[in-house]
Ligand binder design. Structure first.
Ligand code: MN
Length: 281
């Protein structure tokens, strides 16, 4: 049974052209959890927190995953892809050798709520052609639980249900778990994978009795390694949370803004390629 070995509160920060968001993974206290590089939650019903959006910017060497809970964004990229990100949809963008994209809000008021996750790529896949998967809400399968809860399976496997996103290098598990009050769920986690949980509504308790930890909205928990399941319990509150797990790459990581490579020289090359117009194509 896995348990929580480290917790952290998501920290308010700003990214893009001035979008206010909450960062947990990817902050100085928790720079990464191989193969995951960043986890942001954006949630605001104040237009000035999100209106500026994410105007055109590059990525190389990893994957960006946007999962929307409320609101609408429009994606456009240098490969000619367009995407309509609406509540319940997922955009899994494998930037690999390079992509330039923008994500701009399609609303001027109302709630905008979702997550962005960065997933690293192995060295051998960092310079492959990019890939873009835009998954509408109706194409994300759900597992119904006996206790009334439900699990949306974005990637990986849960309760006999295969995720919407397939063929990702780090074989990730990405599930959105909704539990009613006074319930218990034991969820498989591949024993080879690093894993974390992030509570985005209510509160839940994780791990076996002797090592229990409770997380509330806006808290991330890093899970212990090696075991193949996680027990989640709720008491007087419902809980909504993400459970993420991925195969660690165990390769050197050199980050510079939107580029994540294995060596400093590869970062310099990415900057040169971007400046000379050769990042994409
Ligand atoms: Mn981006």
């Amino acid at each position: 049974m896995r348990h929580i070995i480290q917790t952290m509160n998501a920290q308010p920060t700003s990214d893009g052209a001035g979008v206010n968001l909450y960062r947990s993974l990817g902050s100085s206290r928790l720079p990464d959890l191989d193969p995951f590089l960043l986890l942001d939650e954006f949630k605001s019903d104040q237009a000035q927190d999100y209106l500026a959006g994410f105007p055109p910017h590059p990525h190389r060497g990893f994957e960006t995953v946007t999962y929307m809970l409320a609101g609408a964004m429009r994606h456009k990229d240098s490969q000619g892809n367009t995407g309509h990100l609406r509540a319940g949809s997922v955009q899994w963008m494998t930037a690999a050798r390079g992509i330039i994209h923008e994500e701009m809000p399609e609303q001027e008021d109302g709630l905008m709520w979702g997550f962005q996750l960065w997933v690293n790529l192995p060295a051998k896949a960092k310079m492959e052609p990019p890939r873009y998967q835009d998954i509408p809400p109706s194409d994300i399968p759900e597992a119904a639980l006996d206790n009334g809860g439900r699990i949306r399976v974005i990637a990986g496997e849960s309760h006999g249900v295969s995720g919407a996103v397939q063929g990702i290098a780090t074989a990730p598990l990405y599930v959105d778990i909704r539990l009613p009050k006074h319930s218990t769920l034991t969820h498989p986690v591949p024993s080879t994978h690093n894993a974390l949980v992030y509570v985005f509504e209510g509160e839940a308790t994780f791990g076996p009795t002797e090592e229990r930890r409770t997380l509330q909205r806006g808290q991330l928990g890093v899970l212990s390694k090696g075991e193949d399941s996680l027990t989640i319990q709720t008491q007087d509150s419902e809980a909504s949370l993400l459970l993420l797990a991925g195969q660690p790459l165990k390769e050197p990581i050199v980050k510079y803004g939107p580029f994540v490579m294995n060596t400093q020289e590869e970062i310099f090359q990415a900057i040169r390629d971007y400046q000379s117009g050769n990042l994409v194509g």
